[in-house]
Ligand binder design. Structure first.
Ligand SMILES: *Cc1c(COP(=O)(O)O)cnc(C)c1O
Length: 355
């Protein structure tokens, strides 16, 4: 293999067990975007074996793929599902989200909403998806009329580092929840915490928590938690080595070397999902040493500076891992760790390892 991603399932297990212990509540594992780019099926399978009983994905398509691979647990779909897709579904372990009156009204065409299970997403302050407080009466009216099976309510924290705002969101959510329970005359499952919420606000865990980042070993808070460890290592091998003299050009464009260098080529580029816009000096790791990326990242290659180390054709290169974390690559390119790992191309082979 010239380019692969190692996924450490032992660390996934450790992260899961650590977060579960802190939360003290069941974990709904969020595996949208292919498990944040990690590879959803194997991650979900492993988590199901560890005892996870519910998953959340963004889109219906992702849920159906998990089913194809044999995941049988409940799956909450967080995002928009069109009515024509919804109407094809016969799966009583899928739970759909109602997050706006406009959306709900498009579901009323078929008039068989009692077939499906729903959680209502409430807008507690983020103003992305979610029913507003003043929309609750109309929502309630429709839901009762349509005999909708509403089982739960949820919301999402916008900025867990901001304690005041998070408290505001939580309290707002709880009040709206009470109103909805009055409307439906029953208890509704409540969930609001994401990874950062679990770590920072153990009292806001409610009936269950929706965790993504922490499971994948991404740090959800500014204050690092060393119990949460990265689970992916992106590796490649040196595909060419050459000496380039001072004054010669390298890469596309007009870049001229100011001193002679030994350069290695790696068969990984932006089409594999490596960030192209590098605003800061970016590096990869060869033999434990940092090697700077030179010139531009190409579609499927990059050049690195190996002037000061002994390297040979085929030597292993770490593009992302413990020694160069996703958040560090994020800093190279003005983005965040989630963005970095969710962009790693699904074409790249995933190798699952246990310690
Ligand atoms: C992505 C997402 C989560 C998980 O958040 P993390 O910060 O990755 O733990 C939870 N809830 C919703 C609605 C999400 O979109």
């Amino acid at each position: 293999m010239e380019n692969w991603v190692e996924i450490n399932l032992t660390r996934l297990k450790n992260n899961y067990e650590y977060i579960k212990k802190i939360a003290g509540k069941p974990i709904c594992a969020v595996i949208k975007a292919d498990g944040y780019g990690v590879g959803s099926y194997e991650i979900a399978k492993e988590l199901e074996e560890l005892g996870v009983k519910s998953f959340a994905v963004a889109f219906l398509q992702e849920a159906l793929e998990l089913r194809k691979f044999g995941i049988e647990s409940e799956i909450l779909i967080l995002n928009y599902v069109s009515y024509d897709k919804l109407s094809e579904i016969e799966d009583d372990k899928l739970i759909f989200s109602i997050y706006s009156l406009d959306q709900l009204k498009t579901y009323m065409i078929g008039k068989s909403l009692n077939k499906y299970r729903f959680h209502i997403k409430l807008n507690s302050g983020m103003n992305r998806l979610g029913i507003n407080r003043e929309e609750i009466p109309e929502l309630g009216e429709i839901a009762l009329e349509e005999k909708m099976n509403v089982e739960g309510i949820y919301s999402h924290f916008a900025h867990v580092e901001d304690e005041e705002f998070t408290k505001f969101q939580y309290e707002n959510f709880m009040e709206m929840g009470n109103t909805l329970e009055d409307v439906f005359e029953k208890k509704l499952l409540r969930h609001i915490s994401n990874s950062g919420g679990v770590l920072k606000y153990p009292t806001y865990t409610l009936d269950f928590v929706r965790v993504g980042m922490g499971l994948y070993g991404l740090q959800p808070l500014e204050q690092k938690d060393l119990n949460i460890k990265g689970i992916i290592t992106w590796k490649s091998k040196i595909s060419a080595i050459r000496e380039v003299k001072k004054g010669e050009r390298i890469s596309y464009g007009k870049e001229v070397l100011e001193e002679s260098k030994k350069i290695a080529i790696i068969p990984v580029g932006y089409a594999h999902g490596y960030m192209r816009q590098l605003k800061k000096d970016a590096f990869v790791i060869v033999k434990g040493r940092r090697c700077r990326i030179l010139g531009k990242v190409f579609m499927d290659q990059m050049m690195i500076d190996v002037s000061n180390i002994e390297v040979s054709f085929g030597d292993e290169v770490v593009l992302l891992g413990d020694t160069v974390e996703a958040s560090v690559i994020g800093e190279f390119s003005d983005t965040i760790a989630d963005d970095v790992i969710s962009k790693i191309s699904p074409r790249i082979e995933r190798v699952f390892i246990k310690e």
